[in-house]
Design a protein around this ligand. Structure first.
Ligand code: ADP
Length: 203
């Protein structure tokens, strides 16, 4: 396995922005949101299991998952939500390990918004938290997603607290300043991770 740095942070903290900056340094990225979608693509066993349980109404006509309908179903039923999570977990885990093993850069970045919520820290060698205060997080999320302040606030409340995330951090990027300041910090951390990865010889 490569040297794995997990990147996490709350909604609107700047994870995608920071991940792009590492990608520009030729670091391979594994994205847990992408994997969560890939495991329920048409033809995947997880989608077959989901449609067997909920019926064809959770599928679009072209056979892909209708996320809106599924979201409604699990919103109103904690049992269904827990069933889905249990079903998907091993598929997501296996795909994550596969994609991490396929990376070729000196170390790799695993972007995982729900790292702390799902207690996934043990998979990574290092945890990097993108941190901004709540107001900045809200303002940037509103600006990006065009949702109401109330909706954004509800999403924030459902996520791990800033304190819980910071408690899991080995390294922190304070993204409350300019994008240039964050990029400078990314370059500094990249050097640090190159040294850490080189010190661990796993091959
Ligand atoms: P996340 O992936 O954590 O949800 P994003 O990277 O999408 O967050 O950032 C949220 C929004 O804030 C985006 O519109 C992004 O362009 C903007 N943004 C990110 N970092 C900064 C920064 N340092 N200064 C100003 N705006 C930023």
């Amino acid at each position: 396995m490569p040297y794995i740095v997990a990147l996490t942070g709350g909604i609107g903290s700047g994870k995608s922005t920071i991940a792009n900056a590492f990608a520009a340094l030729d670091i391979d990225i594994v994205d847990s949101d992408v994997i969560a979608r890939q495991v329920v693509e048409p033809g995947q066993p997880a989608l077959a299991a989901v449609s067997q349980r909920f019926g064809d109404e959770i599928l679009h006509l072209n056979g892909s998952l209708n996320r809106g309908v599924l979201r409604q179903k699990i919103f109103s039923s904690p049992q269904d939500k827990s069933w889905i999570n249990k079903l998907l977990h091993p598929f997501i885990h296996a795909e994550t390990r596969k994609q991490l093993a396929l990376t070729r850069s000196a170390w790799c970045l695993w972007v995982v918004p729900l790292l702390v919520e799902n207690h996934l820290q043990h998979i990574a060698d290092r945890v990097l938290v993108v941190d901004v205060d709540r107001e900045t997080q809200l303002a940037r999320t509103l600006c990006r997603d065009g949702i109401s302040r109330e909706q954004a606030g509800n999403i924030l409340v459902a996520q791990a607290s800033r304190e819980a995330r910071l408690a899991a951090a080995d390294d922190i990027i304070d993204n409350s300043g300019s994008p240039e300041a964050a990029i400078a910090r990314v370059a500094e951390l990249h050097q640090h991770y190159l040294a850490l990865a080189a010190a661990i010889d796993r091959d």
